[in-house]
Design a protein around this ligand. Structure first.
Ligand SMILES: Cc1ncc(C[n+]2csc(CCOP(=O)(O)OP(=O)(O)O)c2C)c(N)n1
Length: 336
């Protein structure tokens, strides 16, 4: 067995391959089930699936230490929440709008959140999570916790002023943060090259003297290694911009039939499927075979089945709780 060292304390070894495969497969099965439940109208509101992009959250979050590091993302947040170790039951219940959900059933798909797991959402406003995460990194720096923050955003969000203002502040304050652009190539129905002055997003940090890196977002091992390097740099007070080139298989949200792209384009990316690629590599290393993969699939499917059952059986939040959990200060404006 070859052990590949990174600059970080973490190393790529056999058990890490297995845990990366397991995590990506859990995200895939969880989301396929969520799509099915959406079709049955068990889930309402917006629901953005991460299918195809699993390697980005899985590889990058595996490279950090969630005892002190933090994760902040946008509305396409199911994969990041699961990669941070959130319970699929609590997440499915949130999708179902039940009281047992992580946001008491009042946040839904876009507002997964768990402070204990160091997962700070789940944000619906495009780009708004970037300054929030910059603030989290400021706190880590100020309190000298030794932690870093990973913040994720899309190719659509990178052109927001909030991104540029955040990078400038992160640089002048030497913040421990890695800005991760999940370039899935489509901002709703707009192809990224139509709206971007640059073709390589990782270069956009240069204006703020922030180093950039690029990862193959369909390759979980590449994402892992690049993130580990970026985190080592960020820990020394140098923010980093990491672009992960990836692809979403489904429409922007459940209501989008994705007619703006060709079947050929989609099929080309499916051939590079991150789960299939890791499985093939693990087969070559004799770490897995079809039988073991099927057993793993079965085990994870049971976890997701249990999550659906839990969500089905849970209660809806009582109507009188409608104004709770809105403000940090319990004295909400309507009560004054
Ligand atoms: C400030 C703001 N503008 C517009 C929207 C509507 N909107 C939601 S998602 C989206 C596209 C964002 O694309 P991208 O950043 O590439 O992320 P992806 O959905 O591909 O993950 C838009 C325009 C919004 N939620 N917030």
């Amino acid at each position: 067995m070859g052990v590949k060292k990174t600059n970080s304390a973490k190393v790529l070894n056999d058990s890490l391959y297995m845990s990366l495969l397991e995590k990506m497969l859990l995200i895939r099965i969880f989301e396929e089930r969520a799509a099915q439940m959406y079709g049955l109208r068990k889930i309402g509101g917006f629901c953005h699936l991460y299918i195809g992009e699993e390697a980005v959250a899985t590889g990058s979050i595996a490279a950090i230490d969630l005892k002190k590091d933090y994760v902040v993302t946008a509305y396409r947040d199911h994969g990041h929440a699961l990669a941070c170790g959130m319970d699929p039951k609590v997440l499915m219940a949130e999708l179902f709008g039940k009281i047992t959900g992580c946001s008491h059933g009042k946040g839904g798909s876009m507002h997964f959140f768990d402070t204990e797991k160091h997962f700070l959402g789940g944000n619906g406003i495009v780009g708004a999570q970037i300054p929030v995460a910059t603030g989290v990194a400021f706190s880590q720096h100020y309190k000298e916790t030794g932690g870093v923050t990973l913040v994720y955003f899309g190719d659509g969000a990178i052109h927001q002023g909030a991104f540029h203002e955040s990078l400038n502040m992160a640089k002048i304050w030497n913040l421990p943060i890695v800005y991760i652009c999940e370039n899935n190539q489509w901002g709703m129905g707009t192809f990224w090259k139509k709206v971007s002055a640059v073709e390589d997003f990782y270069k956009m940090g240069a204006a703020y003297d922030i180093p950039g890196m690029q990862a193959d977002g369909m390759d979980v091992l590449d994402v892992y290694e690049k993130t580990a390097k970026a985190v080592d740099i960020a820990k020394n007070g140098q923010p980093v911009l990491l672009e992960a080139r990836t692809y979403r298989y489904k429409g922007h949200s459940m209501s989008d039939p994705a007619k703006y792209r060709t079947r050929e384009e989609l099929e080309a990316y499916k051939k590079q499927d991150p789960i299939g690629r890791l499985k093939t590599l693990m087969e070559e290393k004799n770490l897995i075979d079809d039988k073991a993969f099927d057993a793993l699939h079965k085990k994870l499917k049971k976890i997701v089945d249990a999550a659906v059952e839990f969500a089905e059986k849970s209660e809806e939040p009582a109507i009188h709780t409608i104004y709770e959990d809105i403000y940090a200060d319990k004295e909400a404006i309507w009560q004054l």
